[in-house]
Design a protein around this ligand. Structure first.
Ligand code: ZN
Length: 509
């Protein structure tokens, strides 16, 4: 057996254990009866521990040493050289953090999460202060396992958005924020769009069926996946032949389910599009949280909330929901699904205000990690920043600093930037695809998605994790990541919806 074969065989075992754990988690989130919870927690953590032990085996380190020499002269994009490079990165991530710190983090996260489930409904941030202080300390310890960083946030960001640096992101986000704020101000000074047509009752089964019809038109392969119901929707992959999505249906919030389904389908199209030769290796994955989110956002928003998409699908939607939409015009409907609103909650926020929620969290994470902000002042700082950005007061911490689970069940640092990176990249990929294939918008208006899907598969999906997000974006679009295509997209879409003028765009710039 060659060293490469041995490495692949060992990695396949690790992948099997991880996939089994993912299947147990999928079952827990969909069909498991409540009585299974305690044993299920133990079962997934046993599998996780076994996978970790196998992966951090010193033999893997020795194989990587040998294979790095053997693959040194291979091209950067060869499958074998990429496998060695990416596995080395994962291996260092896994072995540099001492087991004692990993278990201290896990234990603390469980305790903190438990406290948060009570503190949020009770609007009780004070209880969370000592727990968050400990989380911050543990997050710093984690980062310090990777010395040599420019910002202490860099190693934490690396976990989800490999290669992205706090400083580069700070400047990207600050440009975006400066240019977004005048647009948000201008939109919220106009009278709100009426979205009453969405606030209607519609049966669960009909909502699910419509979503299924759209994702199949997108190119989701149901022979290699399935759609189920859950409380907190997600996409999960057990192999490249089994990529599942989950959604949530609210009978009174008509169409929420459809957009959630399209979002998760975007993640799934990415996973289903990875070359099958990479299956069972660390390369059968996405390069970063941001680029993964770029695809959920692209299919959900740039396609699913576009005028062209609904020119084709609105008559079908009206047919399926005659009682709700029989007397609603396409124009009224299109405006309703694109209504912009300054709300308190990040989840479900519209395309224009969403990033302000993310950037607020990202900046506060940096301030905490870099020592400019103390945890005891976090809730107050949140309220001040929120009011400055959104122009509305935060009435309580429940819908302020306590609203997202991220800081309460994981480290502080690296959890949020991917959402906005995804939005930025979604527009950049879509612009590049339509520049290469100008017929895409016309095809979307006919309910045809093959050209777009094929371009994305060829330029993004098929590579899996062989390249970093920055490399993929450069190869696919010919440019480094930039906020310009995203700002152009937002302007071209929302300018006519809200009758904005050039002056609106410039006011604060
Ligand atoms: Zn997503």
């Amino acid at each position: 057996m060659t060293a490469l074969d041995e490495l692949k065989a060992r990695l396949l075992e690790v992948d099997d254990l991880k996939s089994a754990a993912s299947l147990l988690r999928w079952d827990q989130a969909t069909y498991m009866p409540p009585g299974g919870a305690v044993a299920r927690g133990r079962q997934t953590s046993t599998l996780g521990r076994l996978a970790h032990e196998k992966f951090t085996d010193i033999a893997i380190g020795r194989l990587l040493d040998q294979l790095e020499r053997e693959t040194a002269s291979m091209p950067h994009d060869s499958d074998d050289a990429s496998l060695v490079r990416v596995t080395r990165h994962h291996y260092e991530q896994a072995v540099r953090i001492p087991a004692s710190l990993v278990s201290a983090c896990d234990e603390h996260a469980a305790k903190s999460y438990q406290a948060w489930t009570l503190a949020r409904p009770a609007n009780d941030f004070a209880t969370m202060v000592p727990l968050l202080e400990k989380t911050l300390e543990l997050s710093r310890q984690r980062a310090n396992c990777f010395p040599g960083y420019a910002s202490i946030a860099d190693p934490l960001i690396d976990v989800s958005d490999f290669g992205m640096k706090a400083e580069a992101m700070r400047s990207l986000f600050s440009t975006l924020r400066t240019r977004l704020l005048p647009i948000v101000r201008a939109i919220t000074s106009r009278s709100p769009i009426d979205n009453a047509c969405l606030r209607q009752h519609a049966p669960l089964a009909d909502q699910l069926a419509f979503g299924q019809q759209v994702i199949e038109a997108f190119g989701y392969d149901s022979a290699r996946g399935r759609l189920d119901l859950t409380h907190h929707p997600f996409m999960t992959k057990f192999s490249l032949g089994d990529v599942r999505i989950t959604t949530r249906v609210r009978e009174n919030a008509f169409l929420d389910a459809l957009f959630i389904t399209l979002h998760e389908c975007g993640h799934a199209l990415y996973a289903q599009g990875i070359r099958k030769e990479l299956d069972g290796t660390p390369l059968a994955d996405v390069p970063s949280a941001g680029i993964d989110e770029s695809q959920s956002r692209l299919w959900e928003n740039l396609v699913g909330r576009s005028r062209g998409f609904w020119e084709h699908f609105f008559p079908k939607l009206q047919h399926a929901f005659r009682k709700q939409l029989g007397n609603v015009s396409l124009d009224t409907f299109y405006r309703a699904i694109n209504r912009v609103e300054c709300g308190l909650i990040r989840g479900g926020a519209d395309e224009v205000t969403y990033n302000l929620h993310v950037m607020l969290r990202f900046d506060l994470e940096l301030d905490l990690l870099e020592g400019r902000l103390a945890v005891k002042d976090l809730a107050r700082t949140w309220r001040e920043r929120f009011e400055a950005d959104f122009g509305i007061a935060v009435p309580d911490d429940r819908d302020g600093v306590l609203q997202d689970v991220h800081w309460y069940d994981g480290p502080i640092g690296g959890a949020f930037q991917g959402y906005t990176l995804g939005n930025i990249m979604s527009a950049q990929f879509f612009a590049a695809a339509t520049a290469a294939q100008p017929e895409i918008p016309t095809q979307i208006a006919r309910g045809e998605f093959g050209t777009l899907h094929h371009w994305l598969r060829g330029n993004v999906y098929q590579h899996g994790k062989k390249f970093t997000a920055s490399e993929v974006i450069r190869h696919a679009t010919g440019n480094d990541m930039s906020v310009e295509p995203y700002l152009d997209y937002l302007w071209n879409k929302f300018q006519p919806l809200y009758g904005l003028t050039e002056r609106d765009r410039m006011t604060l710039a």
